[in-house]
Design a protein around this ligand. Structure first.
Ligand SMILES: CC(C)(COP(=O)(O)OP(=O)(O)OC[C@H]1O[C@@H](n2cnc3c(N)ncnc32)[C@H](O)[C@@H]1OP(=O)(O)O)[C@@H](O)C(=O)NCCC(=O)NCCS
Length: 171
């Protein structure tokens, strides 16, 4: 199984915000954005692993900026680190200004997907080789995010979360 780059999984989905997808303030409904991010992340995870993939957890979502009705929204997802059977997917959300066409960052999120076989059993995936500075930064921080997610899910004892402990000890 040869290593892959984040570029090989990068998935970009652009779509409008329609009236049925908004809240009473006429901004994009949070659940609709979560679904769009889940779809893009799932395609990125599939491109990396070439297997069936399932969402294991949503580790982080920041709704920093409201996205108004009629906006053109781009969701960009790529694998930020691959472990044994699980992958962290980093998702950036951009909104395009109607007049200038310039894109500004609206939100971001981090999802974990697991590659499985036809019976739902986790299977091994290729490793990831980050290339750019941003990819390397996201790769380096992914292990402590995985440990935090496992601790919160009750799947890892806090004492075993070595990367997390190091973060607190060095701050
Ligand atoms: C995700 C799933 C396959 C994990 O099964 P499991 O029995 O916990 O399997 P394992 O303990 O072997 O874990 C598999 C991998 O997932 C990771 N993982 C499991 N839960 C996790 C969590 N909450 N956060 C981060 N990683 C997690 C494990 O660390 C392991 O990673 P690694 O092999 O890369 O080290 C299983 O829980 C599942 O099928 N869930 C339902 C998925 C689904 O239907 N999603 C859609 C929601 S509607």
């Amino acid at each position: 199984m040869h290593a892959k780059t984040p570029e090989e999984s990068r998935t970009t989905m652009t779509d409008l915000v329609l009236p049925s997808e908004t809240n009473p303030l006429n901004n994009l409904f949070g659940g609709e954005l979560l679904a769009r991010m889940d779809r893009a992340a799932s395609i990125a995870a599939r491109r990396h692993s070439r297997r069936i993939v399932v969402t294991a957890s949503v580790n982080h979502v920041a709704f920093n900026k409201a996205v108004p009705l009629g906006s053109v929204v781009t969701v960009e997802a790529a694998v930020s680190r691959a472990f044994k059977t699980s992958m962290e997917i980093y998702i950036d959300v951009w909104v395009e200004d109607r007049e200038s066409g310039t894109r500004s960052k609206a939100n971001e999120a981090i999802y974990t997907f697991v590659a499985v076989d036809e019976t739902g059993t986790p299977v091994k995936i290729p490793t990831l080789e980050p290339e750019t500075d941003l990819e390397k930064e996201r790769f380096a921080a992914a292990l402590r995010r995985k440990q935090l997610s496992l601790v919160l899910a009750g799947k890892m004892k806090p004492g075993e979360a070595t990367e997390l402990k190091a973060l607190f000890e060095n701050s």
